[in-house]
Design a protein around this ligand. Structure first.
Ligand code: TXE
Length: 499
């Protein structure tokens, strides 16, 4: 018999967690706390500390001590790999708890959160392999008297600033790589989704990570995030968030010229040719914008579709959208959950109003859904969108798809590239020549052919143009957290300078 999985219940009291420094949770005592309401239920679920810059200094000092004394940065890579592998096991054991808190704070469907935690464990396993295979280079071609080595060293203390859309996934696309490289770190999660970043501290401590290697400071972006990017004792900051804050990170980092990794916004094209399997493409395109309520930096929000099939394709998408199950994030049947914050809900509804005002044709959705609590928006489709309209240019970060028809492949490529961003793109066609041509000419850091949003730890992520700097994950992801040193070794006696 097909039994419906039960809807999970809310916690009876909010969970209170201190921040984490040098292997210990710091007591919340009489500290100012930030109370988080579940965006799907309007109920208080967690309380975390509004840290001060002194708290950040304490965490950075712990990370610095742990880096300099070599308790992690200089141990054999096999030991680092063991810790990462144990962390993956513990994460799998605690997957249900981690997924539950991710859903409560972020509003994403519980089944999606469970899938993400599994993906995170896999990330740790992959990075364990990377820890062991990280290596430099040698030059045996410099003549009899000189031998050259290029060694890789951990970059030092890393500050990690993460957003609220994938609090645990984005964290785990970075932490195991930072640790695999031998760095120590301070993480600062978004103030609205801090719990799972703190739970990772427990997981890593249980896995045997030495104290001081992974520290977490909670609090606001304008105080703690800003202080982190300015901090003179942090060697690198990896920031994921809005392009505007990314820009302020670049200015703030100039004090000590710290290295920056930036993963910023996107306005990602989905190019659909008339020869594609249209039903399959419609399902993929609907998923690409509906997944995580479109609060996804790689969401395919611009649908660039061949004119001869544009109306038919719109109908297919609208039919898919009509069937999407929007609802309680704690219900295992839900496919699209809540918008993560009230501010983001206002932003999305503002863009929907703007789309109508500027003359786009509303084909489907566009409504605030009323379930008596929480913030929910129906998947929304606009037709007749032009490249001048705000909804085709700005990152909306919501479930809003804009249809823009094209006549030739050249025109599709020009339209796809007509954006300041370059994070991701997808192309749907049965013709390999068209697929390859588009893949090679559209400027984006991640590409999908006849699929979207697929991925794993092997393939790096990051953007072209104003979508950011550097790459996370994959072999490149570990290398980002290292620096290289050239070593010149004289063999035998030097040719004297003064004879
Ligand atoms: O992001 P912020 P917000 C986009 C999306 C969304 C918009 C605003 O378009 O509508 O950004 O979201 C920390 N120095 N994305 O305001 O502010 C902050 O505490 C250092 C796209 O929430 O960029 C949080 O930890 N850090 C994106 C993180 O930065 C600062 C994901 C992101 O917050 C800071 C999220 C400062 N001055 C939003 N101010 C993506 N591409 O994945 C804030 N922060």
């Amino acid at each position: 018999m097909d039994q419906k999985a039960p809807v999970l219940s809310l916690p009876t009291t909010p969970r209170t967690l201190g921040f984490f420094v040098d292997g210990k949770f710091v007591d919340t005592g009489n500290r100012h706390l930030f109370e988080r309401l579940s965006p799907g239920h309007d109920a208080p679920v967690s309380r975390t500390v509004k840290c001060t810059v002194d708290d950040l200094d304490m965490a950075v000092a712990a990370a610095r001590r742990a880096f300099e004394d070599g308790r992690w940065s200089r141990i054999p890579s096999v030991e680092r790999a063991d810790v990462l592998l144990r962390a993956a096991q513990i994460m799998r054991r605690r997957a249900e708890e981690i997924a539950y808190w991710e859903t409560l704070e972020n509003g994403k469907p519980i089944t999606q959160a469970r899938g993400e935690v599994e993906g995170c464990a896999s990330m740790f396993e992959y990075a364990a392999g990377q820890a062991r295979s990280l290596h430099g280079d040698s030059f045996n071609n410099l003549g009899d008297s000189l031998f050259g080595l290029v060694t890789r060293e951990p970059i030092g203390v890393v500050g990690l600033i993460t957003p609220w859309n994938f609090p645990f996934l984005i964290l785990c696309e970075r932490v195991p790589y930072i640790l695999a490289a031998g760095c120590t770190m301070v993480a600062k999660p978004s103030e609205v989704t801090s719990v799972t970043t703190l739970l990772l501290a427990e997981v890593l401590a249980d896995a045997g990570l030495p104290n001081g290697v992974y520290n977490v400071v909670t609090g606001s972006g304008s105080t703690i995030g800003q202080a982190m990017t300015e901090h003179r004792d942090i060697d690198m900051v990896s920031f994921t968030g809005s392009t505007s804050v990314g820009r302020s990170c670049v200015k703030a980092a100039s004090g000590n010229f710290k290295k920056l990794g930036l993963e910023l916004g996107g306005k990602n094209p989905q190019i659909v040719f008339a020869d594609a399997d249209l039903d399959d493409a419609a399902d993929g395109v609907a998923f690409g914008i509906g997944f995580n309520t479109g609060q996804c930096c790689v969401s395919g929000s611009r649908l660039i579709v061949e004119r001869s099939v544009a109306r038919e394709f719109e109908r297919l998408i609208a039919a898919k959208f009509a069937k999407v199950r929007v609802g309680d994030p704690l219900d295992p049947a839900t496919q699209v959950g809540a918008i993560t914050t009230l501010a983001q809900n206002k932003t999305i509804m503002g863009y929907i109003a703007k789309g109508k005002e500027e003359g786009a044709r509303l084909v489907h959705g566009g409504e605030q859904l009323d379930f008596g609590r929480g913030y929910f928006i129906s998947p929304t489709l606009f037709g007749d969108v032009t490249s001048k309209m705000t909804i085709s240019r700005d990152e909306i970060f919501g479930p809003v798809l804009s249809v823009m028809p094209f006549d030739t492949g050249e025109e599709a490529i020009t339209m796809a590239n007509d954006t300041v961003y370059g994070l991701a793109a997808s192309v749907w066609t049965k013709n390999i020549d068209k697929a390859l041509n588009v893949t090679r000419r559209v400027r984006a850091g991640r590409f999908w052919v006849n699929t979207t949003l697929a991925g794993g730890p092997e393939l790096p992520l990051g953007g072209f143009k104003q979508s950011g700097w550097g790459r996370e994950a994959g072999a490149y992801g570990v290398e980002e957290y290292t620096q290289i040193k050239s070593v010149h070794i004289e063999i035998g006696k030097r040719n004297p300078w003064i004879s």
